[in-house]
Design a protein around this ligand. Structure first.
Ligand code: BTN
Length: 247
């Protein structure tokens, strides 16, 4: 992973660049990194703010063997890999908010976007996009984001070596991806639970069905979030956005 590498000064989105390479037959592990993105993409059609020079904006080509149901599990795997890499490379005690946001001190410092291209009911390839606010400063953010986001630099007080961080992400991912191929999702599920800042918390889930409240209790075998509703019933949440209540 990461040995077949393209580094760009500026692009619209590394997702689009990696997708083009994947369609042209690029091997698994092909990595695209950009200093700046002009239309970075986030989950659920949102934009991803990607100013020049201080972030890590990267996309990797994946060619997983498994069925389509592997995609949500791969997003959780990616979160575990990036969380471990961040802790090792910066010392910042990042935690995972379901499904795959990384937070420090309750603020978001990394987002992950897994886009799968489907063919005949199976996965043709996936593009794993990772955005880490490595060395971003307060002034890099638009006003409306400032109180919801943070960076590794802000949390640790020192500049993080972005190349070392990217290498750590690729190494962690490669190790866990091999573990997943060999042993399935269970060991990943346990690692995810141990790094989670969601479990045990009161949450609101927003998805196509609207809004639901409850307490996050665990991660299911497929990667779904298990939530205890106010009436005592247990709900499985397969997609959507989670908001954590303070405290
Ligand atoms: C999210 O939290 O909504 C996911 C954000 C993913 C951002 C990364 S930055 C590199 C890659 N290129 C993109 O356009 N998006 C992803």
């Amino acid at each position: 992973f990461g040995r077949n590498l393209t580094v760009l000064a500026k692009t619209d989105s590394t997702q689009t660049e990696a997708e083009t390479l994947a369609r042209a037959g690029a091997p698994e592990g092909t990595l695209v990194v950009a200093e700046e993105q002009t239309s970075g993409r986030g989950r659920q059609g949102r934009a991803w703010h990607s100013p020049p020079g201080r972030g890590v904006w990267m996309s990797t080509v994946l060619r997983p063997e498994g069925p389509l149901t592997a995609v949500p599990q791969l997003t959780l795997l990616a979160a575990v890999a990036v969380c471990r890499a961040i802790r090792a490379a910066s010392g910042v005690e990042a935690g995972i908010k379901w499904p795959n946001d990384l937070l420090a001190g309750g603020r978001k410092l990394c987002g992950i976007l897994l886009e799968a291209v489907v063919e005949d009911g199976g996965i043709r390839h996936c593009i794993m996009g990772i955005g880490i606010d490595a060395n971003l400063e307060e002034s890099d953010y638009p006003e409306e984001l400032r109180d919801r986001v943070t960076s590794l630099r802000r949390e640790s007080g020192t500049e993080v070596d972005r190349s070392a961080l990217i290498a750590a992400v690729m190494n962690e991912f490669e190790t866990l991806y091999a573990l997943y191929a060999e042993s399935g999702f269970e060991p990943i599920r346990l690692l995810w639970e141990s790094l989670s800042v969601t479990l045990g918390r009161e949450i609101v889930v927003r998805d196509v069905r609207g809004e639901r409240r409850g307490r996050a209790e665990g991660l299911g075998a497929q990667g779904e979030l298990l939530m205890r509703a106010e009436d005592g019933s247990l709900a499985a949440v397969y997609s959507g956005d989670v908001e954590l209540y303070p405290g």
